[in-house]
Write a protein that binds this ligand. Structure first.
Ligand code: GLN
Length: 331
């Protein structure tokens, strides 16, 4: 049974928090039956619908892992955060923001409709497919591998290892993703693509197919929470201004057309992907009482059963519960 409100002033030891999180994961695992795994990318159907896992990494190094935290998965739309960061670092913020806006859409992540309705405007934001494909076209390099190299380098700097590309996932999306091709052609017609269409789409499908674990997402989230600085060695990995913009975009646009509700009820920057992964983060917060992870943390959640918006159904509920229990909300 999930516990009621707790006085966190008592003991914030890892073991104490771990017990709570274990309890919450087994409670919310039952909610996976309310969702379905994604099927429009055939390989994603192979995921186990019952999986639910979480990893939380604090700025002070405290780490909590629970449930199916060891299952690797592809980052899908979570990659939109990384390609945006890399494009801003390579091209400069104003170059990128001249070509993609920072406004939530209220439409599904793969919507074409709003592009057509606002024909003369740039894509709404880098967290939906149209904006992300535009951002990917801005990555420097002639081939998809050249374009992705700085994305891999960024991830490697944060994780101390180089994540790999899941080639089967890449091929599965490449061979099935007609809607993204349609978005690509539309962007080509309206003049927003900065690179060849096929190379841009190949790069986009590959960035979505980078494989990670929850601990990777939690660690990256923790660095973004810390304004782009790795607290272990004080190294600036992402310029502060870019990290802040990424957080704002995650908060306002990161959960597709459920972003408003997520901001209201969970209240932390987050980005989800149709594989069932979510990266979330809690920046340092000032409160009168002692609270778990008060100096900031990154959170990775994985639960491939999705709701009708394409977000992990049990993952969102678990995150909401933890955010409420630990007072993680920014508001
Ligand atoms: N690769 C997926 C797509 O473009 C990513 C979408 C998602 O995670 N929402 O359709």
């Amino acid at each position: 049974m999930v516990q009621g409100a707790t006085n966190w002033n008592t003991e914030l030891t890892q073991e104490w928090l771990q017990n709570y999180v274990d309890d919450w994961v087994s409670f919310y695992r039952k909610h996976t039956v309310d969702g379905n795994v994604a099927s429009y990318i055939p390989i994603l159907q192979e995921a186990n619908r019952d999986h639910l896992g979480i990893s939380i990494v604090g700025k002070n190094g405290m780490t909590i892992r629970s449930g199916d935290f060891e299952v690797p998965f592809t980052i899908q739309s979570i990659s939109k955060v990384f390609s945006f960061i890399v494009a801003c670092m390579g091209r400069g913020l104003s170059y990128v923001l001249d070509r993609v806006d920072v406004e939530p859409t209220g439409e599904a992540f793969n919507s074409i409709m709003h592009l057509e309705m606002t024909q003369l405007k740039k894509p709404f934001n880098p967290m939906i497919n149209a904006g992300a494909i535009t951002v990917t076209s801005m990555l420097e390099g002639r081939t998809s591998d050249e374009k992705l190299e700085p994305v891999f380098q960024l991830l490697e700097r944060m994780l101390d290892y180089r994540p790999h590309l899941n080639v089967d996932a890449y091929e599965s999306e490449r061979d099935s993703s007609m809607r993204n091709r349609a978005i690509g052609y539309y962007l080509l017609e309206t003049g927003y693509l900065e690179s060849d269409l096929n190379i841009t789409l190949e790069t986009y499908f590959k960035q979505c197919s980078i494989e990670v674990t929850l601990e990777d997402l939690a660690r990256i989230g923790m660095i973004i929470a810390n304004d782009g600085e790795d607290p272990n060695n004080k190294e600036e990995i992402i310029p502060r201004q870019v990290a802040r913009l990424a957080k704002a975009l995650m908060l306002t646009c990161g959960m597709y057309d459920a972003s408003g509700k997520f901001a209201a009820y969970v209240g932390v920057p987050a980005k989800s992907g149709v594989s069932g992964g979510i990266i979330a983060l809690s920046p340092p917060r000032v409160r009168d009482e002692e609270l778990p992870f008060v100096t900031g943390c990154g959170i990775g959640v994985y639960g491939p059963a999705l709701d009708d918006k394409g977000n992990s159904i049990a993952g969102i509920r678990l995150l909401r519960h933890i955010a409420n229990q630990w007072d993680l909300s920014l508001f």
